[in-house]
Design a protein around this ligand. Structure first.
Ligand SMILES: [Zn+2]
Length: 485
């Protein structure tokens, strides 16, 4: 059974899709995969752009088009050294104008052209596999999708040729070097392509994360490995409504595949900063964003445990702490963890004011609903106390607890949990990206942004991502192995 995906492919970043399952019961092992880049551009544009180019970062092609193609081929070769398949993987690739403004742009996208189920070699019945993986498992080309070039296409990839023009994220542009050393402001094309090819090879579920509805009534191979500990079920065992809930429960959904679990400790840093809150109606860990300024909550620190004092300096009962604290507010937070609200001024201003008033740490309560709480940005080398952000929901619950009469009061415990990897749970199961509200094109089919160091398949391009797809630098290939590669 086959379903074409091309019609599902918008011109935005592709939602992720899926694959499932283990090794193949064929008599012999396939060799290294050959990945072919098919140039889909018309003469004179995109890969055929004849503008002369100077060598950059090991890319010595003499034209802009040639350098673009060299980056694609480099990414294809890097993936090809990892993957095993007897069937060539063919990627229809173009560089063309995509939606853009002066301040925002679609960088590009890639995805499987078709999905298959119940083919010879499919490990899980009634389950969608992307075509490149289906071919590998079947040991033959089962998806001879006709193309204008006569190639049997598996993946389509398109990238924005206008990037960096005045009307398209002005001043940016793709870095065409092969060394991962994009200068500030430029976007590393190689990293971007490695990421997008990852999706096309199977790093995505074809089930809708937003509605939970399966593609044509069948699960994707991914859904066998997406485990939700809050519901104690994998996606394949859930109703659509349960999957939709799972897709917006932050830092909960996990990858439950043995290859990723087995390599997680070799890739991810040990330790996760945590905040435990106690008080009437509380007593639980809450999700936090950490500050990019001030002391980090890491293994160098002892656990910080202190009472919580709320700043209230606004008539509506919130505390912005944008000005030096009043005597009453200073008395409320001295020697304690100060609770302040997000808004009006920068995070460093709030934290500095609390620090000046004698607070030992700061909790910033978000002012918009949803989660997980993003990190606190800003720079101020004079800040010497740790700060974290909690969600509006958790901040509101903390305030309600503070307002409840109690003999013991409210405490916060900031600690560094070395029993957990950065971006995984106690069982080394890596979190998937499931923010609330749902982010189309990003939710579910990426690793969570809490992973440290950054992983290739996080939803946002991060500076300094390694040019690698496998352990000990990354876990993308390991996830693909779990689904059958
Ligand atoms: Zn992606």
């Amino acid at each position: 059974m086959r379903t074409d995906l091309l019609k599902h492919l918008g011109r935005g970043l592709l939602a992720v899709a899926a694959a499932s399952c283990l090794t193949l019961a064929h008599g012999r092992s396939p060799g290294p995969a050959v990945i072919q880049i098919v140039n889909g551009n018309e003469p004179g544009i995109g890969f055929n752009d004849p503008s002369p180019a100077l060598p950059v970062g090991g890319n010595t092609a003499a034209t802009v088009g040639g350098q673009r193609l060299a980056v694609f081929q480099y990414a294809a070769n890097l993936w090809g050294t990892k993957l095993k398949s007897d069937v060539p993987i063919t990627i229809l690739s173009t560089f063309e104008p995509l939606p853009c403004t002066a301040t925002g742009a679609t960088l590009g996208a890639a995805g499987a052209i078709s999905v298959w189920s119940d083919f010879p070699g499919a490990e899980k019945p009634g389950t969608w596999y992307s075509s490149a993986l289906a071919n590998k498992l079947a040991g033959e080309d089962i998806d001879p999708v006709p193309s204008p070039t006569g190639d049997d296409l598996d993946i389509v990839a398109f990238f924005n040729s206008d990037l960096g023009q005045p009307d398209c994220l002005a001043g940016s542009g793709f870095y065409l070097g092969l060394d991962g050393l994009a200068p500030a402001g430029q976007i590393d094309l190689l990293t971007t392509i490695l990421h997008e090819f990852g999706h096309g090879l199977g790093f995505q579920t074809f089930t809708s994360g937003r509605t939970g509805n399966q593609l044509a009534g069948q699960p994707s191979i991914w859904d066998h490995y997406l485990y939700d500990p809050a519901q104690n079920k994998t996606w394949v065992k859930m109703t659509a409504a349960e999957r939709a809930t799972s897709g917006i429960t932050p830092r909960n959904l996990q990858w439950y595949g043995n290859t990723v679990i087995g390599k997680a400790a070799a890739v991810l840093d040990r330790g996760t900063p945590e905040l435990f809150l106690t008080g009437p109606g509380l007593d639980r860990n809450v999700l936090i964003g950490t500050a990019l300024f001030g002391p980090q909550i890491d293994s160098r620190d002892d656990q910080l445990s202190a009472q919580i004092g709320q700043v209230v300096d606004q008539v509506n009962g919130t505390g912005l702490a944008c000005t030096p604290l009043s005597a009453a507010n200073a008395a409320a937070v001295r020697g304690k963890i100060a609770l302040v609200d997000r808004g009006t001024c920068g995070f460093t201003v709030k934290v500095k004011n609390a620090q000046d008033a004698g607070a030992r740490a700061v909790i910033v309560s978000d002012n918009v609903p949803g989660g997980p709480p993003p990190d606190l940005g800003g720079v101020d080398p004079t800040i010497t106390i740790p700060a974290v952000r909690v969600s509006l929901e958790d901040g509101t619950a903390l305030k309600a607890s503070l307002a409840t009469p109690s003999k013991f009061g409210n405490y916060g415990v900031l600690s560094f949990n070395t029993q957990k990897l950065a971006g995984a749970d106690y069982g080394k199961r890596v979190f998937m990206f499931t923010p609330n509200p749902f982010q189309q094109g990003s939710s579910v089919s990426h690793f969570d942004t809490s992973a440290k160091p950054n992983l290739l398949m996080e939803p946002f391009l991060n500076a300094g991502q390694p040019i690698a797809v496998s352990a000990p630098k990354d876990l993308t290939f390991e996830l693909l192995k779990d689904i059958g590669w």
